[in-house]
Design a protein around this ligand. Sequence first.
Ligand SMILES: C[S@@+](CC[C@H](N)C(=O)[O-])C[C@H]1O[C@@H](n2cnc3c(N)ncnc32)[C@H](O)[C@@H]1O
Length: 310
Amino acid sequence: MCARRMAKESNTFGGEWSIKKLDCVESYLRSYLKVMMKKNWAELYYIDAFSGNGIQRFEGTYGEDQFSIAFEDELIGKFVEGSSMRALKVSDESERSGERGFKHFCFLELSGDKLSELRSRIEDSYPHMLARCKFIQGDVNDTLPELVRSIPWKEQRGVMFIDPWATQLSWSSVESLRGARCDIWMLFPLGAIIRMLPGDHLPPREFEGALTRIFGDDGWKDLYRHERGVQLSLFDEEGQQVSRQRGTKELIDYTTDRLRTVSQCVCGPAELRTSTNAPLFALYSMLPAGSQEAIRPFKAISNHLLKSIA
Ligand SMILES: C[S@@+](CC[C@H](N)C(=O)[O-])C[C@H]1O[C@@H](n2cnc3c(N)ncnc32)[C@H](O)[C@@H]1O
């Protein structure tokens, strides 16, 4: 099916939200390098957990599974600089103006082809930075915990961007961030999860496992209320009526509570919505571990940026 027709028929338009999220993270990186200017002792990392190939091309759809999102017609065919190239640009500009940049760049990506494309782009645009880049191919749920474990987080600090298409990130990966002294910007796939959580009956079995993998346990079942009812079609196995409150509030509150179990400070989220106001992602920033001195600027800058795009 052609992308335009698919966009119209699916009624799940993507759009400016994906540019907003990239601008937001780019602004955070600029502020972060300024805050870290006086902390010469710290070795700075930029970690891109779903790095892509360095550009975002609005081809029609975003993602490859049943939860993919179609873009608005006017964006199709356009390009924007992706998160990995933006991080290099911010760091390079900062260094050229006599300030500091990131010492290490870690790009994690499932697709070997995309990583090769990213490497070529860096060779073309930032050849002097290539030696600082690590290209890590594989499923992020394997590569991210391993990378986080390999960094001692004593004199190491950094920023991480977690930008999946949909529900690729497992809770075990989120848990692996515990204790990392790294400021994390993460997109939580609100729209895809809502589609797995029907309003008037429990999710089908195939989604149950996915939800438990995403949230780490089956606490998501508490999003459903069970009441004695009369309509047979709405009954669960015990003869009770099952329903979930519509909208995003309860799901967001639950997600935020889950993230707080691994993080000292959680900011946001800002909800990223389609032009037809359908929820797509919740953008969080979180600091798994940090001193009060680190938490203060983290919170102030994060809240300011998240508010500006909400
Ligand atoms: C939303 S895109 C990332 C875009 C990127 N942040 C940018 O700004 O250009 C998601 C990326 O994750 C990759 N991906 C999908 N599943 C993955 C997985 N399990 N592990 C690692 N990368 C994955 C896709 O190939 C895709 O490049």
